[in-house]
Structures are given as C-alpha cells and as structure tokens.
Design a protein around this ligand. Structure first.
Ligand code: ADP
Ligand code: MG
Length: 432
C-alpha cells in the first residue's frame, strides 16, 4: 500500500533498531476515513508501536498526506476488528492521566523496567510476580506504575486494579480497623488482577500494616494476581521491614531505574518542552541536561521556572535566561565554569589553526574568523565580563570584542552555513 510504504521509508531512519522490528511484524494494512489500521499477530509489537512509534507515525503520515491521520493497531485481523466493540473507558481517580507509556521516554536507564512492566501487563500474574522496581526519587517509578495500570486496562477493561502507596495503604487500614471492619478491607484487596503499591519503603516500622500486607500479598499470589511494588532502595537494603516480607519482595523480578544519560535527558526535555508549549533551542536543552543530574522531576521544575521567567520578563528563552534560572543549582554544584581558554582551544582545533594564533594578531582571514567566533562564544557561553574576555584575548580594549560579537551575529544572519558552524561549535563546547 502506497501510504504505508511511504510512511515506512520516511521513518525508518528515525527509529531505534529494536523498535523497527515491530513494524516488520505488520501483516495487514488498511487506510479508511483517516485511520490507518494495522494488524500484527505479535502482542509486543503492538505495544511498541502504540507506546513508542505512534506519535512519530501519525505526525509523519500527516505530513505525507497533508491531513490528520490516526494509527490504529490491533492483534485482531482487520476484518474481525470492525465486529469488535470499542473498549470501554475506565477512570481511576488516583491515576495521573499524564503518566502513560506514550509520555515516557525510554533509555538505557529504564529500558529494563519498561519491558518488565509491558511483559507483566500482557501476562499479569504469569511471569514476574511480584515485579519490584526501585530507584532514586524522581526517576519515573510512579509514572511506570500508573502507565502499567492504564496499559493493562486498555487490554482488559474489566481488569480489577488497585493502585495505592504504602502510606495510603497504611492510613486506609487504620481507618478500617477503627471502624471495626477489617474484613471489608481484606475483601477490597481480594481477587484483583493487579495490585500496585508505590513507595513500599514507607511500610518500615509499621508492623501491623506489614502483617496485614503480608497476608494480602500471599492471598493474591496464590490466585495468580499480579503485584508490582516500587521503592527507593532494593529489597535487601530496606530497613525496618520484616524479613519474610522482604524475601517476598525479592522473590520475583527486581529491576532498577537509573538516572538517565545525557541523550535520554535531552529527549525528555524535548518532550516535556513540547507538552508545555515552550520553545527551546538545542543549546538550552543541552545546558539544562548537563546542569541537572539529580532527577527528572527537577528537570520539569526547571522548565516550569524557565517558562515563568520568560513570560514575566518578556524575554525569549536563551542560554542567558537558562543560566539565570538554574543559578542556584549551578552554584550548589559548583559546576566548573566553562573557561574562555577551553573555548579558544575548541574553536582553534575545529578550524585547524593554532591556539597562539587565536590570541595573536594575525590578519589571515581564517584566523580572524576563528578569533571572532571564539570571542562571541566566550560572551555567550560564560559569565565573563567584556574586560575578562578582552584580557583573555590579549586585546587592549574591549571595543574589539564588541565589534567581533556584532560581526558574528551579522554573519550568522546572512550566512546559513556559517550559522550552522557556530551553532555546532556551541553545542560541542557545551557538551564537553
Ligand atoms: P518517582 O516515582 O521515581 O519519584 P515520578 O514517576 O514521580 O518519579 O517521576 C517524576 C516526574 O518525572 C514525573 O512527572 C514523570 O512524568 C517524569 N518522568 C520520569 N521519568 C520519565 C521519563 N523516562 N520520560 C518522561 N518523563 C519522565
Ligand atoms: Mg513516586
């Protein structure tokens, strides 16, 4: 089919090799009323397409056809699909609708946890039970848990799912005990398809809750209900929880979510910025990704602040503003300030000239250009004053620096190739 082949060839270079396998499993394609129906017999391929590729595919198809296209993928053959009723929608008040797999960026840091969640949602109670996910705060554990619940619901709308946190579980238990209706509490947690308990480390020191939870867990396990747990530490490192409970925690699959690497952070920033309607240049994204290495929640917070600052100050979001907004973090981390010397070195080596020429007086065209770019980048990328820059370039006064900056700005406006080069250098230096 024409649109399908076109779509495949336009996206094939943009997607991860692991994911492109999913597209090869498509057995039937039909395009009707703006919907591209796909059939794959392989469940995991369907989930990969829905969770990882759909947005890109819809966007690309829209570009190709000039109108909105929806992708619908199913493990039922297309003819039989029309006979199937639409899934009903379930609303779970304590699930955050933003925490879906399609909003989750997958990288090395969470690939394992993500696959484990998908596997578990497709085979609840059958493969990894319990699934125990641990990792530092703000790295996406809660997001994964909610997404798994939504995903299971989308496959099986009648699934009985409870998502709760260890804290809520505890206070709920207390209130049931006070009402004298502990049996009702136990009944609530019976016969579930999936039980998700977030932040189980908070069961520490709460003996009564632990005993109750132990029994609930065993009862669920016996009938093959899936349990997913999250914690900020691996099971064996949790203190204040009974041994027998810890050994239950560790009896299935234990996976860690780690800190995202630079590339993953950039993808996350890109995605968040899009959803928050903020326009970020590549260098600002890179700067944020490099500056924040604690958690993804921190990244979100910084983007919000950046947006607020830019609206209040009516300024575009650029590196200068980003540096201002992230000042606290920068100071706290005592990030090694990018030195002018480093910039001179990078620019010189990129343009194939000597560093002594950059700070010298040669009037050779290439050297002059390199010198001007290095001056411009020193102003853009560091907090140095004009006088400091002037000294670093061994100039007598700072008008030379100002006119170099002007010259670079002008040339960037006129000359696309030059602009690309400067931007490339900027990114390269920032990523050092
Ligand atoms: P945790 O439960 O581990 O403390 P959360 O699940 O609450 O972390 O995540 C914190 C924030 O970061 C959430 O808003 C979540 O959507 C976001 N987040 C975490 N990981 C990712 C990711 N891989 N892709 C996109 N957003 C993420
Ligand atoms: Mg959490």
């Amino acid at each position: 089919m024409d649109i399908w082949n076109k779509l495949i060839s336009s996206i094939k270079n943009k997607i991860d090799a692991d994911f492109s396998l999913a597209l090869r499993d498509i057995k039937e394609v039909e395009f009707k009323d703006g919907v591209l129906y796909l059939y794959t017999p392989i469940k995991i391929s369907k989930s990969i397409i829905e969770n990882q590729l759909k947005d890109l595919m819809e966007e690309t198809a829209e570009k190709l056809l000039g109108k909105k296209v929806k992708i619908h993928v199913s493990t039922t053959k297309i003819k039989q699909q029309s006979e199937k009723k639409e899934d009903s929608h379930y609303q779970f008040s304590n699930l955050n609708p933003k925490y879906t797999f399609s909003n989750l960026v997958i990288g090395e840091c969470n690939k394992l946890a993500y696959s484990a969640c998908i596997t578990v949602a497709e085979n609840p109670g059958k493969i990894y039970n319990p699934l125990f996910i641990y990792g530092d705060v703000g790295l996406g554990k809660t997001h994964l848990l909610h997404a798994t619940a939504y995903y299971l619901l989308s496959k099986n709308p009648s699934a009985k799912i409870i998502y709760t946190t260890a804290d809520t579980f505890t206070s709920e238990l207390i209130s049931y005990i006070q009402k004298g209706s502990i049996l009702e509490f136990r009944k609530k947690y019976k016969d579930l398809t999936l039980l998700l308990i977030d932040d189980v480390q908070f069961l520490a020191g709460k003996e009564k809750t632990q005993i109750e939870f132990y029994h609930i867990f065993n009862a669920l396990h016996l009938i093959g209900s899936q349990v997913i747990l999250s914690s900020d530490t691996p099971p064996l490192k949790i203190t204040g929880i009974e041994k027998r409970l810890i050994s239950r925690f560790a009896s299935g699959l234990v996976v860690e979510v780690k800190k995202p690497d630079l590339d993953t952070k950039i993808s996350i920033i890109k995605k968040k910025a899009e959803s928050m309607n903020i326009n970020l240049s590549k260098d600002v994204m890179l700067f944020i990704a490099k500056t924040i290495d604690t958690s993804i929640r921190e990244i979100e917070g910084s983007l919000l602040r950046l947006k607020a600052y830019s609206e209040i100050l009516k300024k575009d979001i650029n590196l200068e503003l980003a540096r201002e907004v992230l000042r606290d973090i920068l100071e706290l981390k005592q990030v090694e300030e990018l030195s002018i010397e480093k910039i001179q070195k990078e620019v010189a080596s990129y343009l194939g000239i000597n560093i002594s020429e950059i700070v010298g007086n040669s009037k050779k065209k290439k050297v002059v250009m390199a010198r001007q770019i290095a001056m411009y980048l020193s102003r853009e990328l560091t907090d140095s004053s004009l006088t400091q820059i002037q000294k670093a370039f061994k100039k007598k006064d700072h008008t030379t620096i100002l006119s170099a900056i002007e010259k670079v700005k002008e040339t960037m406006e006129k000359d696309r190739k030059f602009k690309l080069m400067v931007e490339f250098l900027k990114e390269k230096i920032l990523s050092l």
